[in-house]
Design a protein around this ligand. Structure first.
Ligand SMILES: Cc1cc2nc3c(=O)[nH]c(=O)nc-3n(C[C@H](O)[C@H](O)[C@H](O)COP(=O)(O)OP(=O)(O)OC[C@H]3O[C@@H](n4cnc5c(N)ncnc54)[C@H](O)[C@@H]3O)c2cc1C
Length: 364
């Protein structure tokens, strides 16, 4: 079997890259060692970020990329990605108080106008103007930010939909097929695979390694990439059986300064996201870690009082950070010839990431 491009990893990064490759007319295959999108991509908090929060770090390019990607995803996939109204209590002073936040909203509106983003405008509300959220009545804050982001309804359904479209358009999808190694050959690359039919080899002109936290574990022969030091973090959300709002996502800061997002999941609420160093190479989350997280959240939203018995599910994934343990703020593409590694940090930007990967490989 021979291809123009072989994509390793069937998370959202791999699916997006295979989709972009097919659009560009490349004969493409994708290898996934387990089920499609069963790893980190199935455990996201499901927010498709419009970039408003990145204004805080003054990263305007990132704001614009997120805004454009959010707008494009809402248009392309209205059955899977929908507008998400959000609320956040504002502080009495500092960056997260009424005046700076109102100024940021105005600036964000200008960007939205320039880039033709159509989601509703955000505004600052008084306590009296708040929609009914019983847990907010006990908060002492007098102003609240209301803004709009977007929500991916069901990652699993979305991935299955993308995979079906890929198959229909001629991409060869090999699920339950692991890449065992990649070797450079004179005219391209050879991929050693293990799947339902046992061990087999593929040949390809280009390779993208989008295997998430496993990218560094795939043996390479004749390929050298300058990898930054990556420290992998465990990241988790708790899905609680207690609803906060059926409509609104809540952003709220605890007294320790941790920012939580509580996102509606039908009658439940998903609260995230916690980032912790890996221990013993395992993404497992300990009960003490869950307790600390819940205590902190309870302290930020008086009256909610959730305990571990209210947990429906813990969603866990692995994300890349720098050596100091700070989450990578941007995707990284590591390239040698026609081999590219993708270190992804966001679900939201999977399509712009795919375009960068293909632009990079095809320009070589
Ligand atoms: C708790 C949590 C909350 C998050 N919330 C958000 C959010 O709200 N919004 C947002 O935009 N982003 C969010 N993210 C980030 C986002 O989910 C990830 O950046 C994204 O899903 C990474 O996708 P990926 O395809 O690169 O990796 P993965 O999903 O890990 O996919 C890699 C795939 O490669 C496969 N693989 C590994 N080794 C091999 C091999 N040898 N051969 C073949 N296949 C292999 C794996 O089985 C896996 O399916 C969150 C992440 C976490 C963990």
């Amino acid at each position: 079997m021979s291809y123009d491009l072989c994509v390793i990893g069937g998370g959202i990064s791999g699916l997006g890259i295979a989709k972009e490759a097919q659009l560009r007319g490349l004969k493409t295959c994708l290898l996934e060692k387990s089920e499609i999108a069963s790893s980190t991509s199935d455990n996201s908090l499901r927010i498709i970020h419009g970039g408003f929060r990145y204004l805080q770090s003054a990263d305007i390019l990132k704001v614009i990329e997120s805004m454009k990607e959010q707008e494009s995803l809402l248009k392309q996939f209205p059955d899977f990605i929908v507008p998400l109204p959000c609320l956040m209590p504002l502080n009495a002073s500092g960056l997260k108080s009424k005046v700076p936040v109102s100024a940021a909203l105005t600036f964000y509106d200008v960007l939205k106008f320039l880039f033709r983003a159509k989601l509703k405008r955000g505004k600052v509300l008084t306590k009296e103007q708040l929609p009914e959220i019983s847990y907010f009545s006990q908060l002492k804050n007098s102003s609240f930010l209301q803004w709009y982001d977007a929500l991916l309804l069901e990652p699993k359904n979305f991935s299955v939909f993308l995979a079906q479209k890929l198959s229909e358009s001629g991409v060869d999808l090999f699920s339950k097929t692991a890449c065992l190694g990649i070797s450079r050959k004179s005219l391209g690359y050879e991929i050693a695979c293990n799947g339902g039919v046992g061990d087999f080899l593929l040949s390809t002109k280009m390779v993208v390694n989008a295997a998430g936290a496993a990218i560094t574990t795939i043996p390479l022969e004749g390929i050298k990439v300058e990898r930054p030091q990556i420290k992998w973090l465990r990241a988790f959300n708790l899905v609680m059986k207690k609803q906060i709002s059926s409509t609104y996502a809540i952003g709220i800061e605890s007294s320790s300064g941790r920012l939580f997002f509580a996102v509606p999941r039908g009658a439940y609420t998903a609260i995230g996201t916690e980032y912790l160093p890996m221990t013993d190479n395992s993404p497992e989350v300990k009960s003490e870690e869950v307790e600390v997280f819940l205590d902190d959240f309870n302290s930020s939203l008086p009256g909610y009082d959730c305990s571990s018995s209210d947990i429906e599910k813990i969603e866990i994934g692995i994300l890349p950070a720098n050596s100091a343990g700070t989450l990578f703020s941007k995707k990284k593409l590591l390239v040698d010839g026609k081999y590219c590694e993708v270190v992804s940090t966001k679900y939201t930007t999977f399509q712009s990431q795919a375009r960068s990967v293909l632009d990079t490989l095809l320009s070589k």
